[in-house]
Design a protein around this ligand. Structure first.
Ligand code: UD1
Ligand code: CA
Length: 462
């Protein structure tokens, strides 16, 4: 589809009562604007123009961070916010778009589906129809522009809530905020929109009536599922749409063979993939790009952000961020895997264990109460309870290496930089400051003293 998408994201979002741009608010961990941009990209739009204004820098930063180096996406600033019609005018003037199909989407329309956009945009591709608006039948149309048709069902106009007569307010068919225009007709008539209405704004929906009056064919399409067209204007709607998005994603995953103990209690983002026979326990969150394999058990109480995980893993009460887990890895309860953690096959990060920027080798185990940072650990290592890599001297971070098959005694402090060889042993309670050769025992503790009869003498003194 050779279409340009204009996404309107300059509005104030007053009803959100927020210090942030409305479209920066997240649904399942993903900013609202990115849901819309992704839908437009997936629909096949070749060029995307995001109109920014209120909190312009914040929205620009989201676009830059989410689509780095993507020249197909540009931001245009609408300095004065005079309405959606004005926003499109600013976009056209800044980019010089004056031909081809143009899809306009509200930035607060996160649940719109790519197939809906592409199917709908095809209406203007033959050149016969100059403008089309997507409509819906929401249970409560209050706040939306209403679709006014003649007795034959042909589109006459769109009337905003604040401009509705009581009769018009009874109309259920509402404007989704998704339009398709012939670019040449849009450019030719965009300046015809006036601000002669209750809000004194330039309304984009007026474009349909303007085109019709100019003798062009216009039409409206009602989408099958009104939920796709729901907009976000308030925190309550943000929560409502989050629940709808969650249900939609979890239903899809269940259809693909994923088990949910309770799908209402798992918040899986739109960019997660989960393999079949994986079981998701309640209070699981997946944010960003998570790829989870088959036969895993995730949760309860688990939050994963950009985590890649192979097959057969168990993540019980685990928080993991930017981490990679291979197959049959076992984490938690209460493990914290920070960025740069790489857990190889059959490795374990147990209870109250924190790992950062470290590789835990095949079959290696860190079962209890440990911190492992900036460490390269070989295979078959066992780290005793309470052991810590002292990787930070207050100024710089230093590395630790631990060779294959080494046994780290409980409560070992590994003061980095330090290298502990393969098949070595450290005695419990040791502070290891010097390298340990392969196969050696490193023991660092003062000799134990026995003071016989101590308790009896102490009691006698009382
Ligand atoms: C708009 C439509 C309404 C439709 C509804 C669907 C208009 C006049 N009305 O109403 O018919 O039913 O969406 O949700 O378009 N924006 C700008 N610049 C501006 C004003 C708005 O970029 O000057 C952006 C906003 O950031 C938002 C979008 O346009 O993403 C829609 O604006 P909003 O104020 O939310 O319009 P609604 O009153 O919801
Ligand atoms: Ca809106």
């Amino acid at each position: 589809m050779d279409a340009t998408a204009i996404i309107l994201a300059a509005g104030e979002g007053t009803r959100m009562k927020s210090n942030h741009a409305k479209v920066a608010h997240r649904i399942l961990g993903k900013p609202m604007i990115s849901w819309v941009v992704d839908a437009a990209l997936a629909a096949g739009c070749l060029r995307i123009v995001v109109v920014v204004g209120s909190h312009a820098d914040e929205v620009r930063d989201i676009i830059d961070a989410t689509y780095p180096g993507n020249d197909a996406i540009t931001c245009v600033e609408q300095v004065e916010r005079l309405g959606t019609g004005h926003a499109v005018r600013v976009a056209l003037e800044a980019t010089g778009i004056s031909a081809g199909p143009v899809v306009v989407l509200n930035g607060d329309l996160p649940l719109i589906q790519p197939e809906t956009i592409s199917g709908f945009a095809a209406t203007v591709s033959t050149g016969e129809v100059a403008g089309a608006v997507l409509s819906m039948l929401p249970p409560d149309p209050f706040g939306y522009g209403r679709i006014i048709t003649d007795e034959n069902g042909s589109l006459l106009a769109i009337v905003e809530q604040k401009d509705c007569t009581p009769e018009q307010a009874d109309i259920q068919e509402s404007n989704v905020g998704c339009y398709a225009f012939d670019g040449a007709q849009l450019a030719a008539h965009i300046a015809d929109i006036t601000c002669d209405n209750a809000q004194g704004e330039y309304y984009l929906p007026d474009m349909l009536e303007i085109l019709r009056r100019a003798g062009q064919a216009v039409t409206s399409f009602c989408c099958d599922d009104y939920r796709e067209g729901l907009g976000v204007n308030s925190r309550a709607q943000l929560a409502e749409l989050t629940a709808i998005a969650r249900d939609r994603i979890n239903e899809h995953l269940m259809a693909e063979g994923v088990t949910f103990i309770d799908p209402a209690q798992a918040w899986i983002g739109p960019d997660a993939t989960i393999g079949r026979d994986t079981v998701i326990w309640p209070q699981t969150h997946m944010i960003g790009t998570c790829v989870i394999g088959e036969d895993c058990v995730v949760g309860p109480n688990t939050r994963l952000t950009n985590v890649r995980c192979g097959n057969g893993c168990t993540l019980d009460e685990t928080v993991a961020i930017d981490a990679v887990l291979e197959n049959d890895v076992n984490c938690g309860p209460r493990a914290y895997l920070r960025p740069g953690t790489h857990m190889l096959d059959r490795s374990k990060a147990g209870t109250h264990v924190e790992i950062k920027k470290s590789t835990i080798g095949e079959g290696s185990k860190v079962p209890h109460l440990s911190y492992i940072g900036d460490t390269q650990m070989g295979a078959g290592v066992n780290v005793g309870a309470g052991s810590i890599t002292c990787n930070y001297d207050g100024v710089n971070k230093h590395a630790t290496t631990i060779g294959d098959g080494t046994f780290i005694g409980s409560d070992t402090m590994m003061v980095a930089p330090v290298n502990i060889g393969a098949h070595a042993v450290t005695g419990a309670g040791g502070t290891i400051t010097k390298d340990v050769p392969d196969g050696a025992l490193a023991i660092e503790r003062t000799e134990q003293r026995i003071i016989a009869g101590y308790t009896e003498r102490k009691n006698a003194r009382r």
